[in-house]
Design a protein around this ligand. Structure first.
Ligand SMILES: [Fe+2]
Length: 526
């Protein structure tokens, strides 16, 4: 919860009008009242230790505002270590990294009910501009983050640079790619799911989880405390605003709506989902109201002038169960696959997405998508297997989406995908059962930050990629991220891979690049 600027002005005892050492002390805008440096009053509950162990983050930017995040947690893997009391947290946004010129400031409340996390909606900012931000609680000051507002809605920005990443299993390797991602010059970072993994300790892992499989709020919070302690991850959060969606491991592997992968009763699973969603919210810089039960409507759109619209999708909370009664959620096709009412997005979100795609508001529609959309049959002997956890388990829902892309006027669809721990690129066909049908968009599949791809399956999937003529690129051995640049004419994607995640440092290289020309769907090697 954030005090309004008016509220904070009333709540602070004193403030110093800036100006002596800045241009005008007013974020560069002479027409606004000066921003006062906020202070808090009265005795504060004592915080033992350094509270800003999890860094800072920003997200869901708009032309005039951005969400700022931090959490006070001197003991992040042991319940947080904070007193059971509300703590005032001062926040400041400046137009320079030395905070000479404040553009916005205020006092937020970090409360025990939200694990002493804060989500500040810092507003009154200028479009398409860099800002720096920091927090203060008592005597402690947070690290400084850089963020950036989006261009005005009616602006025609020259370019958009963003990167996307997914799947950071703590136990599978160091997050070596993040050291490089933090150095990229980006407007946005998009995260496509598996920010934490819910699994128990793997005793042979180089870095190990902090306890058993996660089931309740305290456990989920501690796991975020472990993951968010990583210096590389903190550096990427401090470097650019993030747009975050989730996949399954933020709750439980391959869950679908209220169904647990091993068949726990839905009432028990919904309790677990409520705890997991709450912990996700507490640790993610999203422009959302805090959840109060097992539901959290998090699909949303973020615009970037007339150049791009990001559609942030939720492919877990509303989906039908994976079909064909397979214990591993993969297998040969069965009749259930064709049932029209089976859904990936749920009725409401699907309508919202299809409506949003009907009349393109920007040159590029970017669908932030957790699991692979393209059809990728896996040849196994005489049979064809499908991964039912992906859109291959939901063909009628995929058909409705592809139909919309095929029939609409204008626009260019780029789907960005995580989940599978392999890099790939594929054209999206209007009808995957007809190889000659038209291309209606492209899908870029980003490898994981650290999560492994099962060595035994690498060749199996290589065969599948070769057999699908629309798949243009596949690589499963390397970890990294994808860096994209969009202009009104072209989209370019660079697959950036490190050599290893067995060490904290490893060189990175662009191993493959793909481009799409606006108005001419289809991937071209760049
Ligand atoms: Fe994953």
């Amino acid at each position: 919860m954030t005090l309004s600027r008016r509220g904070f002005l009333a709540a602070v005892a004193s403030g110093v009008v800036l100006g002596a050492c800045s241009d005008d002390g007013n974020g560069g805008r002479a027409d606004r009242e000066p921003i006062r440096r906020p202070t808090t009053t009265g005795p504060l509950p004592r915080i033992e230790g350094m509270p800003f162990t999890l860094g800072v983050a920003s997200g869901d930017p708009r032309p005039d505002s951005v969400i700022l995040w931090t959490r006070l947690a001197p003991e992040p893997t042991a319940g947080g270590g904070m007193p059971d009391a509300d703590i005032p947290v001062v926040w400041e946004v400046a137009t320079d990294d030395r905070f000479r010129s404040l553009a916005a400031a205020g006092v937020a409340t970090a409360s025990p009910a939200m694990a002493h996390s804060v989500h500040v909606d810092a507003s009154g900012l200028d479009p398409a501009r860099d800002y720096w931000y920091r927090f203060r609680a008592g005597d402690a000051e947070s690290p400084v983050g850089r963020t950036r507002t989006t261009p005005a809605e009616d602006a025609s920005p020259e370019r958009l640079r963003f990167a996307f990443a997914s799947c950071q299993n703590w136990q599978d390797g160091f997050w070596t790619p993040y050291r490089h991602l933090a150095e990229e010059d980006l407007d946005l970072v998009v995260f496509l799911g598996d920010y934490i993994y819910e699994s128990a300790v793997n005793p042979t892992a180089a870095r190990q989880h902090d306890g058993p499989e996660l089931f309740d709020l305290a456990q989920y919070r501690n796991r975020y405390g472990l993951y968010k302690g990583d210096a590389g991850l903190q550096a990427v959060h401090a470097a650019a605003p993030w747009l975050v969606t989730w996949d399954d491991h933020e709750v439980d592997n391959n869950y679908a709506d209220d169904l647990h992968e091993d068949g726990d009763p839905p009432e028990a699973f919904l309790k677990r989902r409520a705890d997991a969603y709450r912990a996700w919210y507490e640790h993610t810089p999203v422009r959302l109201e805090p959840p109060s039960g097992p539901d959290l409507e998090m699909y949303r759109r973020v615009g970037f002038g007339d150049l791009a619209t990001f559609h942030m999708l939720d492919e877990r909370q509303y989906r039908s169960d994976q079909p064909c009664n397979s214990p591993i959620d993969a297998g040969p096709a069965c009749a259930e696959l064709d049932e029209r009412e089976r859904t990936m997005l749920g009725e409401r979100q699907e309508r919202w997405l299809l409506d949003g795609l009907a009349r393109p508001a920007a040159t590029w529609d970017v669908l932030a998508n957790s699991v692979i959309l393209a059809q990728v049959p896996i040849p196994l002997g005489e049979q064809e297997f499908f991964n039912f956890d992906q859109w291959d388990g939901y063909p009628p829902a995929r058909r409705r989406l592809l139909d919309r892309l095929a029939e609409r006027d204008g626009g260019n669809a780029v789907v960005i995908t995580g989940d599978i721990h392999a890099s790939g690129a594929t054209d999206l066909l209007a009808d995957f059962d007809d190889e000659r049908s038209k291309v209606v968009g492209s899908e870029l599949i980003g490898t994981s930050v650290s999560s492994e791809f099962d060595e035994a399956l690498i060749e199996v999937f290589a065969t599948a990629a070769e057999a699908a003529p629309w798949v243009t690129y596949y690589e499963a051995r390397q970890r990294g991220y994808v860096r994209c640049e969009m202009t009104a004419e072209e989209m370019r994607a660079d697959f950036r891979h490190v050599e290893t995640t067995a060490t904290r440092r490893s060189p990175i290289a662009t191993v493959s690049s793909w481009a799409v020309e606006a108005g001419r769907p289809g991937l071209q090697e760049a």
